[in-house]
Write a protein that binds this ligand. Structure first.
Ligand SMILES: [Zn+2]
Ligand SMILES: [Zn+2]
Length: 373
């Protein structure tokens, strides 16, 4: 990124942090958390401990970070190296990202930036200008991406509440600031469990690694009565609804499943898992030493803020997470994809000089699809 772009982003971010510090949620038990931040074009600074709002504010103003992070874990000594921190417990966090959902819309709004010649195109494997294969993909997620991610959040919330006895009040949903959502679970019975147990939890939630026997199927002489009932709780109930469709079809479909045999059932189970399992990134949930983007901070991949969604179904990140100023700025834009922010449409732009509001300029510069003119 060129110096003028960095300067512009820093100024815009600084203004946001100065005016909207109220949006930054200092997590509970602040002094037990590890904080970290990144500046534009530089590495990560971690192992920071912060005691108050005031200290956090100071950190923002002194450093003007591109990204700010905070641990889900609680430590006795958050500022010491990892093996001396004395891990106590950690909130449960789930990451749902549109890019992991295999959506068919994705190709329509993903571009490739050539690392060798900077050519921007929709080519997916090779630069159309210099044939280089060093392409960096940038996506401008569409409404479908956001809606599909919301669906996964709802599926996850249902499993957390119905199967894992987590109370609704302890589940907080945040827009990640770019392509998805982070779901935080506070004060649950899972606070103290380690990485391996969290991994098992993700297997359960995403319905992975499950065996036909769980759903009544056996290699030899399967018993009709072992198949799930339509109204059962948990995955057996969800399996019934997905596979039987309705109560009246249950018997007929069980006969079919038994006739088709065990390996066919395994295939059915894979399909069911693919369609109704919750699509979360297991690595994120398993990692008990990770630092996560701080709620209220800006995501430098987009210039949008990570904010809590109190009304998920109506939430529109392209309106509600865009906080930067409307001041006009001139940029050279090269964004082959049209996008919408704060109810205004922008682009497509083909290597042209345009004057746009700061929030749109920041979005494109963060996506590497524009530079300051
Ligand atoms: Zn190229
Ligand atoms: Zn999409």
């Amino acid at each position: 990124m060129q110096e003028a772009d960095i300067q512009f982003l820093e100024e815009s971010f600084k203004k946001y942090y100065f005016n909207h510090f109220d949006l930054i949620t200092v997590p509970e038990r602040t002094s037990e958390r590890e904080f970290g931040f990144q500046k534009f074009n530089s590495g990560m600074t971690r192992h920071i401990s912060i005691k108050s709002d005031k200290e956090l504010h100071l950190m923002f103003m002194q450093n003007i970070p591109s990204d700010v992070y905070c641990s889900n874990a609680y430590y006795t000594f958050p500022n010491l190296p990892m093996n001396e921190k004395d891990w106590k417990e950690a909130d449960l966090i789930f990451d749902i990202d549109a890019k992991d959902l295999n959506l068919s819309c994705r190709g329509n709004h993903t571009v490739s930036i050539c690392n060798d010649c900077n050519e921007i195109s929709k080519a997916s494997t090779q630069c159309i200008n210099c044939n280089s294969t060093k392409l960096e993909k940038k996506s401008l997620p569409c409404k479908n991406c956001i809606d599909a991610s919301k669906t996964e959040v709802l599926k996850l919330t249902e499993v957390l509440i119905d199967d894992l006895a987590i109370t609704k009040e302890n589940i907080h949903v945040y827009f990640s600031g770019n392509e998805g959502f982070h779901v935080y679970v506070y004060n649950s019975q899972f606070q103290k469990i380690g990485s391996r147990e969290r991994s098992e939890l993700t297997d359960y939630i995403s319905l992975r690694g499950t065996i036909p026997e769980t759903f009544g199927m056996k290699k030899f002489k399967p018993n009709r009565a072992s198949f799930p009932d339509f109204d059962e709780k948990g995955w057996r109930g969800r399996f019934s609804k997905q596979v039987f469709g309705s109560k009246s079809k249950r018997s007929k479909i069980i006969t079919e499943l038994i006739t088709n045999g065990y390996s066919s059932f395994q295939k059915t189970l894979e399909d069911v898992s693919e369609s109704i399992g919750v699509k979360i990134d297991p690595n994120v949930t398993m990692d008990i030493h990770r630092i996560f983007r701080l709620p209220g901070s800006i995501n430098s991949k987009s210039g949008l803020a990570k904010i809590q969604c109190n009304n998920l179904s109506n939430f529109d990140p392209y309106i509600e997470a865009s906080f930067l100023s409307d001041d006009t700025v001139e940029i050279i834009a090269n964004s082959p994809i049209q996008f919408s922010l704060k109810n205004k449409k922008f682009g497509p732009y083909i290597n042209e000089k345009v004057a746009v509001p700061t929030f749109a300029a920041v979005y494109m510069i963060c996506k590497k699809l524009a530079r300051i003119a």
